[in-house]
Design a protein around this ligand. Structure first.
Ligand code: RB5
Length: 145
């Protein structure tokens, strides 16, 4: 799959680790930045990644900040984006199976590397179940205000 990944200064180290893990799994990964730990605004990267997924240029996005909260709030403002903040594997699996999440948000200050990698694997490896879940997404997915 084609991924795009972004962070802020608080998510930089985890971003590098997850990018490497995705590439090891055979996926292509575009790094939207930033490149240094200089303090920056998570919102900019969230919107950049969310727009790239919304437009179809990338199939999935990953966003990492200190908590994952700001990233998920900002990304979900972009139409067609279903960003899920997941801090365990169950949430990651369900965000794909029931919510067809197309952006995964994580907090580098909240979880360790091992858990983050397990969450990533669960999220990447779970298919959307469709059916009644698609109907529920349709109710809010096209909202334009
Ligand atoms: C940065 O200090 C922090 O606020 C940011 O990484 C994130 O946690 C925001 O939601």
């Amino acid at each position: 799959m084609k991924f795009i990944i972004g962070s802020d200064h608080a998510g930089l180290a985890l971003k590098a680790a997850l990018k490497a893990a995705l590439e090891d799994m055979g996926h292509s990964v575009e790094d939207a930045g930033p490149e240094t730990t200089e303090s920056t605004d998570y919102s900019r990267y969230a919107l950049q990644v969310a727009r790239a997924v919304s437009s179809g240029t990338y199939e999935r996005g990953i966003l990492i900040c200190g908590t994952g909260l700001g990233m998920s709030m900002a990304a979900n403002r972009v139409r067609g984006v279903r960003a899920a903040l997941c801090h365990n594997e169950y949430m990651a699996r369900m965000s794909r199976a029931h919510n067809d999440a197309n952006v995964l948000c994580l907090g580098e200050r909240v979880i360790g590397l091992g858990l983050a990698l397990s969450i990533l694997e669960a999220w990447v490896g779970t298919e959307f179940e469709g059916g009644r879940h698609q109907r529920r997404l349709d109710i809010f997915d096209q909202v334009n205000n």
